[in-house]
Design a protein around this ligand. Structure first.
Ligand SMILES: [Zn+2]
Ligand SMILES: [Zn+2]
Length: 390
């Protein structure tokens, strides 16, 4: 049973003197077991041992990172099954009393399992119905994968207008291309002015309405700030073809500056075309979110009667929107279906660390990675201290 280098040789002299268990086979077994880690540690003192240990440490870090990324950040389960039960969406939230009863309410922004959302296409539809919308846009990050599966369900849910879309996502700017099934072009990681203009041109050629998303959120992100990115100005974006701006995003991002800039441009005759202002729930996980903004589309009775994707696009193009906001707290109905303390929760710190490393400038990323690798030495020393007392 002796494996030189792994399990240290057990000799009678290594037993404590006078131990009453000296001859006991139980003590022999325990001693043998606790000697395994010690043996491993000793074997690591050899150059090859250090190298193997180092490699193992690196692989462990890599796999923790990979798994937390796969499990927590991206759940690309193909849009078939979300982890939220369907019955979570069987409710109807009353519209706030300040919104006119006959208002036609649009949500310009939502996510499904095709990107980092937590709902299936059908759950996304049911969530929007439960929250009193008349129409909504599916806008996954850089994919139109769940547009078709959503559109197929239009017949089943006639009470709501389902609009396909695409969120063109780069660290410098997010834009929603509203009313297109897909955007079959690569999205650059570093978007130059030229890239943005080209994307807008291409989306317009496909027939999309272009909405600039959540400026205040984008510029507050670590990844944006650490890379010294500069968001195109509102005026530039309008010149390049943007039709409107999302001024309220999810529960917390309100962009008063855009409203101020639009007022200024309009009052000074600097707007050559109508520009709409809108709200996006940007719904990802309804268990953590609730609606704080509604975009009322100002439709004629005839348009309302025959509401279609084309009619919504036309109203947006003509700037016929009114924004309603309610920043009071409303507990999410789906919160009761929140996951318990599972693996996801345990992996959250790793995900946070991963995001931090990803969004840091290159030199800082290198420093993070170096620190993690060097952590191997104190970790091994700790193990040694733990076992050296046995
Ligand atoms: Zn976005
Ligand atoms: Zn989004």
């Amino acid at each position: 049973m002796n494996h030189p280098g792994i399990i240290s040789t057990i000799t009678i002299s290594s037993f404590p003197h006078g131990s009453k268990f000296q001859d006991s086979t139980i003590f022999l077994q325990v001693h043998r077991v606790v000697n395994i880690p010690r043996g491993i540690f000793q074997s690591m003192l050899s150059p090859l041992g250090w190298f193997v240990g180092f490699l193992t440490w690196f692989l462990v870090l890599f796999f923790i990172g990979l798994f937390s990324d796969l499990l927590v950040v991206r759940d690309h389960s193909g849009g078939e099954n979300g982890s939220i039960p369907d019955e979570a969406f069987d409710y109807l939230r009353e519209r706030p009393s300040f919104i006119p009863e006959d208002a036609f309410l649009l949500d310009t922004h939502s996510h499904t399992l095709a990107s980092d959302g937590r709902m299936t296409p059908e759950q996304n539809i049911k969530w929007h119905i439960a929250n009193g919308f008349n129409a909504f846009v599916v806008s996954d990050h850089n994919t139109g994968k769940n547009n078709e599966p959503s559109m197929i369900l239009q017949e089943k849910y006639p009470s709501i207008l389902i609009i396909p879309g695409y969120e063109w996502t780069t660290p410098r700017i997010h834009m929603n291309f509203i009313g297109i099934l897909d955007f079959p072009y690569p999205v650059p990681r570093k978007a130059s002015d030229k890239d943005i203009k080209q994307a807008i041109d291409r989306a317009q050629d496909l027939g999309a309405i272009i909405q600039c998303d959540h400026v205040s959120w984008t510029v507050s992100q670590d990844v944006y700030q650490s890379r010294n990115l500069v968001h195109p100005t509102r005026q530039e974006l309008i010149e390049w073809g943007v039709d409107g701006f999302e001024i309220n995003n999810s529960m917390q991002w309100y962009d008063g500056r855009t409203v101020h800039v639009m007022d200024f441009l309009e009052q000074n005759g600097l707007l050559e075309k109508p520009v709409f202002l809108s709200t996006g729930t940007d719904i990802h996980d309804p268990r953590n979110s609730f609606v704080t903004g509604w975009t009322e589309l100002l439709l004629t009775p005839g348009e309302r009667e025959n509401a279609s994707i084309d009619i919504v696009k036309q109203a947006l193009r003509e700037g016929r929107t009114k924004v309603w906001l309610d920043h009071d707290y409303h507990p999410s109905h789906e919160a009761q279906y929140r996951e318990g303390t599972g693996g996801r929760v345990l992996l959250k710190p790793f995900r946070r660390l991963g995001n931090k490393i990803y969004s840091s400038p290159p030199r800082e990323t290198a420093a993070w990675v170096t620190c993690l690798i060097l952590l191997y030495f104190p970790a091994m020393a700790l193990f040694h201290l733990l076992f050296v007392f046995f």
